[in-house]
Design a protein around this ligand. Structure first.
Ligand code: NOJ
Ligand code: CA
Length: 704
């Protein structure tokens, strides 16, 4: 592959002001609320800024790149052309928070070229939406150059005040951090390096991961992220605490020594800023999916949104194990040497017990972890290549019989592939693993990437792994398999293009409550997540713990009330929602009725109110039935919320089942106290509810 090497020419600047054309270099959103401006400034640096209403919210910010073996592309440019376009289209989500999405924006493409040799060209595409702005770089074919090696991208976001920020550190391997709430000037991400529960962290700069959400003193909300992350490194944002500036810092690779290598032509991911006058508007925004290409898979009805249970929580609360107790012989083959310890959870018998329970309770999926050989050499082992096998079950697990047993009862088994962050081993087996799933009629898999990546020097969020995650998604689609990735690359709206990207983790999930040594997720965690991580896409948070005190884990508990666990089915969006607790925890519990009833696929969504880190209330209408479900959650503070049911359909009476915190409920010492009330509700009802500290409210509104 040829990489252009540039000779440095003596600088002879020829200025010909007289023949410079005037180009259109601004674009406003359809309702005019957001406006982007672009110019080549007096130093010939490409610069943009953003105005919301009459306020500048991002002031003059530079754009540019550093390359290997090429001079940087960040100054000496001129505009050689522009064009504009308006798009107003509506597309349908095969599954989602709403059926129809309007994609309405004005676009501006600015064509740039270096004034001097080698006269490289680059286009910048800007899009202005009413819910935010976005831009991306288009690297064009250049004479004599067929590829570029990007050492870093310098996209700046110059803020105009010391806003409040909700952020996690710019980790290159994992997003499973607690959120911090500080002013921009107080962000200190490198101090968060020593996380007690995360093995794999690499935070070279004072940077934050995206989405990162900000609130100005005037109450404007901004969230920074990226859309359509394809064949490129993930972007963190370096924080200049003095100048209040964020600058892109791409995830690197110690193995290659660069950030991105691409053949020309190509386009970078979109750099996005969601903008809303209130917090709720951020959740309503569809900017991230709109910036992705339309569905490439066509009909994906082989995947149906569903609730699922799992042979899962029992391992996290240490009632059972993933491993069986096999030994690997000198040829690398797992052998049953008769030393099984008897605590293995994924047995045929136990799986049937879960299937029976799920079938009896309107739950159509069952995740089974620990079914395959390799778990004896999982966490803590350096050499994990060739250890996990994705087609060979343990001796006490009859995979074929269970697939049939589940199908007969209307419960599809969800496959589990823990790669232990050895993606090459996984890639070698991808086709056989998915073929096995196809043969057994299994249409979704939870993947996992726990641990430090092999090969050493690569990071979970670098270009090499971005391409791995994409390869898994595309290969899976060929076998009609949908992916729920844990330890994933962040969501960037690709579910529009590949609707088999159903959900992912990519945050500190429920499991931390079972084993974190720092007290678990605090009550403010999810009221922050709803306005940060959730803006990226569906979350496999795994709600539904009823046994909140966790008897097998004396130092841990869930820091929410039971009513909040129910509310999460509505608040935290995913087309697959786990009922994560053990069957015995649900047995005989009246509140379990909410999980039986609640929908997972939505006609429309209304964010009724919320403030980042404090509380949020969301109502969603189920597709096809017209039933509504409502969830509200609060942080550690008790809170009164008034719900105006004006979203309901006129003229209809809904049978409401209200699951609210009892008057004396408290996440710390009385979390399971829930009151269930029945009443009829119509469109003209308004009602006030009290949420307990760490509490919630869940309502099903069922049409008869
Ligand atoms: C981490 C995942 O987040 C968790 O859900 C899973 O049980 C373990 N890895 C094992 O794969
Ligand atoms: Ca995890």
């Amino acid at each position: 592959m040829k990489i252009l090497k540039i000779a440095v020419f003596p600088l002879i600047v020829m200025v010909s002001i007289s023949c410079e054309k005037s180009w259109e270099t601004t674009v406003a959103s359809p309702n005019g609320s957001n406006r982007l401006y672009f110019e080549i400034n007096e130093k010939r640096i490409p610069t943009y800024w953003v105005v919301h209403s009459t306020d500048t919210i991002i002031s003059a910010s530079a754009l540019g790149f550093d390359f290997k073996d090429q001079t940087p592309l960040k100054s000496g440019l001129e505009i050689i052309g522009t064009n504009t376009q308006t798009v107003d289209e509506t597309w349908e989500m095969p599954w989602g928070e709403q059926r129809e999405v309007r994609n309405h924006y004005n676009a501006l493409v600015v064509q740039l070229q270096e004034k001097m040799a080698p006269k490289r060209k680059i286009n910048i595409h800007f899009k202005a939406y009413d819910d935010g702005v976005a831009f991306r770089y288009e690297f064009l074919e250049q004479q004599g150059v067929d590829s570029v090696i990007i050492m870093d991208e310098h996209t700046e976001f110059q803020l105009t005040g010391d806003h409040t920020a909700w952020w996690i550190p710019g980790d290159w391997d994992i997003y499973e951090h607690l959120y911090n709430t500080t002013k921009i000037s107080e962000i200190n991400a490198t101090a968060k390096r020593d996380h007690p529960n995360l093995a794999a962290t690499y935070i070279p700069e004072n940077a934050v991961n995206t989405p990162v959400t900000l609130r100005t003193d005037e109450g404007l909300h901004l969230s920074f992220h990226e859309a359509n992350l394809t064949d490129y490194a993930g972007m963190t944002l370096k924080v200049d605490t003095k100048n209040l500036k964020l600058t892109s810092e791409l995830v690197g690779s110690d193995r290659s020594g660069y950030k991105v290598k691409r053949t020309l032509p190509f386009s970078t991911p979109w750099r996005t800023v969601q903008i809303s006058d209130n917090a709720a508007g951020l959740i309503d925004s569809k900017l991230i999916v709109n910036l992705n290409e339309p569905n490439q898979l066509g009909d994906v009805s082989w995947f149906q949104p569903k609730k699922y249970m799992g042979i899962w929580w029992e391992m996290h609360v240490e009632k059972g194990t993933w491993d069986y107790g096999m030994e690997m012989d000198e040829n690398g083959v797992w052998q049953d040497t008769g030393k099984a310890h008897g605590k293995h959870s994924a047995t045929t018998e136990n799986t049937k017990r879960y299937i029976d329970f799920a079938a009896a309770n309107n739950i159509e999926g069952l995740l089974v972890e620990g079914w395959n050989t390799g778990w004896e050499r999982w966490i803590g082992f350096e050499d994990r290549e060739g250890v996990f096998d994705f087609v060979t079950p343990y001796p006490d697990y009859d995979i074929a019989e269970l697939a049939v047993y589940g199908k007969e009862k209307g419960v599809e088994i969800i496959m589990h592939h823990e790669t232990s962050a050895a993606p090459r081993t996984y890639e070698q087996q991808l086709d056989t693993a998915f073929q096995l799933m196809k043969d057994l009629g299994m249409h979704s898999v939870k993947t996992g990437y726990v641990g430090q990546l092999i090969p050493k020097g690569e990071y979970h969020h670098g270009q090499w792994m971005v391409n791995h995650y994409r390869k898994v998604l595309e290969t899976a689609a060929k076998y009609q398999v949908a992916i729920n990735a844990h330890e994933p690359i962040k969501a960037t709206g690709l579910r529009r293009t590949f609707p088999n990207a159903i959900a992912r983790e990519g945050l500190r999930g429920q499991e931390f409550n079972a084993w974190a040594t720092d007290g678990g997720n605090p009550p403010e965690h999810l009221p922050i997540v709803a306005f940060t991580r959730m803006l990226a896409g569906p979350i496999d948070f795994t709600p539904g713990v009823f046994d909140i005190g966790l008897p097998t884990k004396p130092n841990n508990q869930i820091n929410t009330t039971l009513a909040q666990q129910l509310a999460l089915y509505v608040v935290i969006y995913s087309p697959i929602q786990m009922a994560c607790d053990l069957p015995e925890s649900y047995e005989g519990q009246p509140a379990f009725q909410f999980i039986r009833d609640v929908g997972v696929d939505w006609e429309q969504t209304r964010v009724l109110h919320g403030e980042v880190g404090d509380f949020v209330t969301i109502a969603r209408e189920e597709r096809d039935t017209g039933n509504w479900f409502l969830g509200a959650i609060t942080d550690e503070n008790t809170r009164e919320i008034t719900i105006d049911f004006d979203f309901l359909e006129e003229g209809k009476t809904y049978k409401a089942l209200i699951y609210r915190d009892a008057d004396d409920a408290h996440y710390r010492d009385n979390p399971e106290a829930v009151v269930i009330e029945n009443r009829d509700i119509t469109v003209d009802v308004t009602k006030t509810f009290t949420l307990a500290p760490g509490g919630g409210l869940a309502i099903s509104l069922l049409l008869e």
